[in-house]
Design a protein around this ligand. Sequence first.
Ligand code: C2E
Ligand code: MG
Ligand code: MG
Length: 630
Amino acid sequence: ETTESVRRKDGSEFPVEVHRHAQRSETDWIVVAVMRDITERRAAEQRLHHLAHYDVLTGLPNRTLFSETLKKTLTVASDKQLDVAVLLLDLDHFKDVNDTLGHALGDEMLGQLADRLTGCVRIRDTVGRLGGDEFGVILVLESGQDASLVARQIRLALRPPFDLHGHEVTTTASVGIVVYPGDTTDPEAMLTYADTAMYQAKQAGDTFRFFTAAMNTEMLARLDLETALRRAVANDEFVLHYQPKVHLGSGRIAGFEALLRWQRPGHGLVSPADFIPVLEETGLIVTVGGWVVDTVCEQVGRWIRSGIGPFQVSVNVSARQLIDGDLEADVMGALETSRIPAELLELELTETSLMANTDRTIATLEKLKALGVQISIDDFGTGYSSLAYLRRFPIDKLKIDIVFIRDITSSADDAAIARTIIRMAHSLKLDVIAEGVETAGQLAYLRRHHCDQIQGYYVSRPLPVAQLELLLAEGMRLQAPEDTDGAVHQTLLLVDDDDDILGLLQGLLRQDGYRILTASSGGEALELLALNEVHVVVCDQRMPVMTGSEFLDRVKDLHPDTLRIILSGYSDLESVIDAINRGAIYRFYKKPWEGESLRENIRSAFRHYGLLHDLPVEGLRTAYEGRATV
Ligand code: C2E
Ligand code: MG
Ligand code: MG
């Protein structure tokens, strides 16, 4: 059986399959040949071959053909001693395009992308689509040619927005590069290594990376971690710690946040920062997140039954639980099994996880909310969402992110952001909780600005259940720092790095009956200002680290109501005058100051304070209340 070509009368050829067999006639052998026109079968075979080797959407070689081409290219390269680079490219956040614009436009984008990619390489190079939004390029390198140039070109070519039937979409890509024969001579290893490098590029965000041996080690460690985590899920190696939240008004416990810990055999307690990202990437977070909800509900039920009390506990929910998992079913199941009131379960979601799949998320949250489950936004202020946008979600509470709390007593910006969040939240009838509160100063500042609750090391670290129950048995409550509520006491803060001068000023002003606080630096003074309601501050201009006028600039923003007085010599006059013109300073005294006039002016500052703030002067407990001068 052979295939041959037969010529028609008009000269055109067509393929035929020929079967021959010999037959015996009486005296001779005859050969019988049967020919079959196989034009159609050939075409079908070619179509199949094409389907098996090319990607339908883009017309580019698929993974199979790409690997075959790579093998052939390496054989040629080895003969001719050429270098070959493989670039692996993966779009960043392509899933969002599919999710928001639909698959048809996603496909359109991939088609356009394929055209741009082929535009970046020469004829002898190969571009292939390896799957999803992953593309590969085989570059035969001329001597001295650098693969990173092509990587740069590709990234440049991707920069102009894609026009998807009127929708403009911009994208970036992460590119991993591996070079033959430097990194490896094995075609399959080349693809694996390029993938490793691409993964690293993705971690770094919107860039390209050459494969390095170190990457391999890192990748292996990550694979180890992944395997260990899968085992952890199977072997129940996770535990929850609980961190108290406290009402600022009453000092009472408002509830707890459940925080995941991993008891990794041979490693001790691993913190979530080290493994949550891997749980999320692998999708394991859906299983683990379900376990967290179950465990929390069980725990809340146990506390109710044992008489410890009904406590509200919040659970962190990751975006993947909303997208890939069925959060609604998980929560309903856990509530049913534990039979706790839904109000005792709170879900913490970050702004970014809300953005992931908006419509479905809103629907899910609304159903849970209707059951009574509480919803809060975690790490608020770090995403880019506006509150107006967030109002589409059924939210009960905002958690101010720790980054704004850390320097709240010294950074005017952070303090302003925190105050704004509190005010906005209250105007939308949302509760506000501050996370990461570590000092009495932070606490007092937040309380003064009407934050509802706090959570942080100042109250307690996250604790295992047994330890927490011990504290609860002792009737744990917030030890409020010195309370400034009640009668207002005229408070004066003196700031000077020179102890002798501080002593002198204190002696001079004590007779006027103020509550006097002293600090020897701007930093220390800011801490005192956070802790105490201070009406008048007097500071020296000349101090190391932070000068007086710099300090008062901050006070102006952090505590705009406090009256600010500076003492300065003539040599520092210029910076002081600038500060006065900025409105940072209320009064300026030249040094050496004259005692009586300083006293009189501080008195008038307090009077001024009273007038500005409608404080009844008699409400201020001072020693000079009865004086004729008041
Ligand atoms: P988060 O939800 O914002 O949790 C607050 C983190 O701040 C916790 O870290 C907590 O221990 C820490 N923290 C609390 N008070 C203070 C303080 O005063 N100072 C400082 N410096 N830190 C404080 P942790 O437990 O390491 O958790 C880190 C993150 O891991 C969490 O941030 C959350 O995003 C994630 N996470 C934790 N448990 C889970 C979980 O069960 N599921 C999911 N999806 N994510 C979780
Ligand atoms: Mg949280
Ligand atoms: Mg947080």
